[in-house]
Design a protein around this ligand. Structure first.
Ligand code: SAM
Length: 237
């Protein structure tokens, strides 16, 4: 089998935050699989990498449902991973792009579970959303003996509360639809002055809030919204 599969991290949004390795590989692909947010909709990941694609590359958009129906989701993961393996077995150089870093809260990992770790697979790392947010907001993630926790706001409330108490620094991902609850937990822990919220980091719509106590509970937020907390830092300063 002479084909190859690359899982390519696109970085957080800006096209020039992709790695040189990923850009070089994108120029050599026969087929690129790009996840799309909606059926028949645009792929943000594709818009990030389009300028690096070779003329020979055939682009295939695939939609991964966000529904709670795990049977429906697993059927799509089965289909897409089987299609990737089929193309590699046919000798093609295939790419699958994924936002931020491929190994962090990414649909790619569900495909990896099905594909395993054959020698024809290479995963190219990327800039995570929280690395980009730390840089854009000039807020350090962790130093010296400090601990850094990466927490999904989909976790049970008591687990988030425990993490807020235990760690010096936290990345709270998947804030979308949960901001009032997270803001209340931060207030209870006395951490509102040590937190910042950033939406669409490095994208044209980037927004940053440094005083979460002043952000209304019903503030409309995009899906790409993340909170950074650093107990040794006041991002509002
Ligand atoms: C499915 S996860 C993808 C994480 C991605 N693999 C990474 O390395 O950052 C989606 C979550 O990542 C965060 N996120 C991704 N891109 C972002 C951006 N540009 N700005 C702010 N948050 C972002 C948000 O918390 C969002 O809910």
């Amino acid at each position: 089998m002479s084909g190859k599969l690359y899982a390519l991290s696109t970085g957080p949004g800006a096209s020039d935050l992709i790695t040189v390795r990923a850009a070089r590989i994108l120029g050599s692909l026969d087929i690129l699989y790009a996840p799309a947010g909606r059926k028949g909709g645009d792929s943000l990941a594709l818009s990030i990498v389009r300028e690096y694609l070779g003329e020979q590359t055939e682009v295939r958009c695939c939609h991964f449902p966000m529904s709670a129906d795990s049977v429906e989701k697993e059927a799509v993961w089965d289909d897409v991973s089987a299609a990737l393996v089929r193309e590699v077995k046919a000798g093609k150089t295939v790419g699958f792009i994924t936002l931020g870093d491929a190994m962090l809260f990414s649909t790619w990992v569900f495909l990896l579970q099905r594909i395993g770790s054959p020698e024809w697979l290479e995963i190219v790392p990327g800039v995570t959303s929280f690395a980009a947010i730390a840089a854009r907001s000039k807020t350090p993630l962790a130093m010296e003996q400090q601990s850094l926790a990466v927490v999904a706001c989909t976790a049970p409330e008591d687990e988030i509360e425990r993490a807020l108490a235990q760690h010096d620094s936290l990345v709270l991902m998947k804030v979308y639809g949960r901001f009032p609850r997270i803001k209340a937990l931060l207030a209870k822990a006395g951490l509102l002055d040590h937190a910042l919220l950033m939406a669409e980091a490095t994208l044209p719509g980037e927004q940053c809030w440094r005083h979460l106590g002043e952000v209304a509970d019903d503030q409309p937020l995009p899906y790409f919204s993340t909170i950074l907390v650093n107990k040794q830092w006041e991002p509002g300063q």
